[in-house]
Design a protein around this ligand. Structure first.
Ligand code: CS2
Ligand code: MN
Length: 353
């Protein structure tokens, strides 16, 4: 198991790599090139520069999150082949610097959705909150506008203002395709890229839909055991895999996360481990990592990875904003660093038991 930390790049993340390096027992970062729009090739020079920046700071970078997929690919629109070719070129350039895993998602239009980015808890920490009523009464566009306000101008992946401007238009395009067509579009993409993933030795790891239920009438793919099975059956290659995100799948109480981890062992190169706290009405906020702070049994989750011989990468997922910190919602330094120490402790105890 290798423990890594998400970092958005020098221009997009207020946390310096020198601080990240001081987190105990850390192997490296998982990063991205935020300023390259979906559908375009990540130039080799830019990839090499990113790699140099991280390794000069004494860290490794073997995982990328995310290389985003252009909507034309998800919609099966004309022009998708060219964008898939660009995707494959990006994979090649990433393999040139030793990248081993690409985390991506196939969520239509938007990445994760929450009602609040900085919801204040009684202890004064601030965290992301999902209030169902607020979300149901929103449109993607109004959510995007709310995020822009709440985040104080930080562009969230998938919610960049220039994309939000086209949300209404894009959502109409999604309304024209069926859920089955959406599955077909995913299969087309996977069939095109997995042979190259194998050749470049890069494991493709899809991230589950967050939240795992349909929003705004948009299709959903990766949200439970059955659909993960269906998606992974597109190719038996170990290069076609899953990012197991406990917080995304675990929001649906029907999903037995430790059982899913055990079932898909061998097809999970990357894990996002976080806890969350359900309120009585099913709304939830993102809590600190320890079991006693939230609703998940974190020991059972880590044990499921450990007992199935997991040898991939783990990162703590979202954390709260604490100690007066301000920064990217979900991605402050301190709470995630404590998450790492906690997860590393659980792992050591399992190793020695
Ligand atoms: C991440 C996702 O911040 C998060 O919640 O887990 O945004 C994830 O990076 C993407 O969906 C993967 O493409
Ligand atoms: Mn995640």
């Amino acid at each position: 198991m290798k423990m890594i930390f998400r970092w958005f790049g020098e221009k997009f993340d207020p946390i310096p790599l020198q601080y990240i390096r001081q987190i105990p027992a850390l192997d490296g970062v998982v990063t991205t090139l935020m300023d390259i729009p979906a559908g375009e090739v990540w130039p080799l020079e830019a990839v090499q520069k990113m790699h140099r920046t991280v390794t000069d700071a004494g860290l490794r970078v073997e995982v990328i999150e995310s290389v985003n997929i252009h909507e034309d690919i998800k919609l099966g629109a004309p022009g998708r082949d060219e964008k898939i070719e660009n995707y494959i070129k990006t994979m090649k350039n990433l393999s040139a610097v030793g990248v081993k895993v690409i985390c991506y998602n196939f969520m239509p239009l938007i990445d994760w959705a929450r009602s609040h980015l900085f919801f204040e808890l009684p202890d004064g920490s601030r965290t992301m909150f999902f209030n169902r009523e607020t979300v149901l009464n929103s449109t993607p566009k109004s959510m995007g506008e709310r995020y822009a306000q709440q985040s104080g101008g930080i562009a969230l992946p998938g919610w960049e203002p220039e994309r939000v401007a086209y949300f209404d238009q894009t959502i109409k395009r999604y309304q024209e395709i069926s859920q089955e067509q959406y599955w077909e579009n995913a299969r087309y993409f996977i069939n095109a890229i997995i042979p190259w993933a194998q050749r470049y030795d890069i494991r493709m790891a899809i991230h589950p839909d967050d939240p795992p239920w349909p929003l705004f009438g948009l299709p959903r793919l990766i949200n439970n055991r059955e659909n993960i099975t269906r998606f992974l059956s597109f190719s038996q290659s170990p290069y076609h895999g899953l990012t197991l995100c406990t917080g995304s799948l675990g929001v649906d109480p029907q999903n037995d996360v430790p059982a899913i981890i055990r079932e898909f062992a061998g097809r999970i190169p990357f894990a996002h481990i976080r806890n969350l706290k359900f309120l009585e009405n099913g709304d939830f906020y993102e809590s600190a990592h320890p079991s006693q702070c939230g609703s998940f049994d974190m020991y059972e989750i880590v044990k499921a990875f450990h007992s199935s011989g997991f040898d991939g990468y783990i990162r703590p997922d979202h954390g709260r904003m604490i100690f007066g910190e301000s920064g990217r919602p979900g991605y402050g330094l301190y709470d995630r660093a404590m998450g790492i120490t906690y997860l590393t402790g659980l792992w050591e105890a399992l190793e020695k038991a």
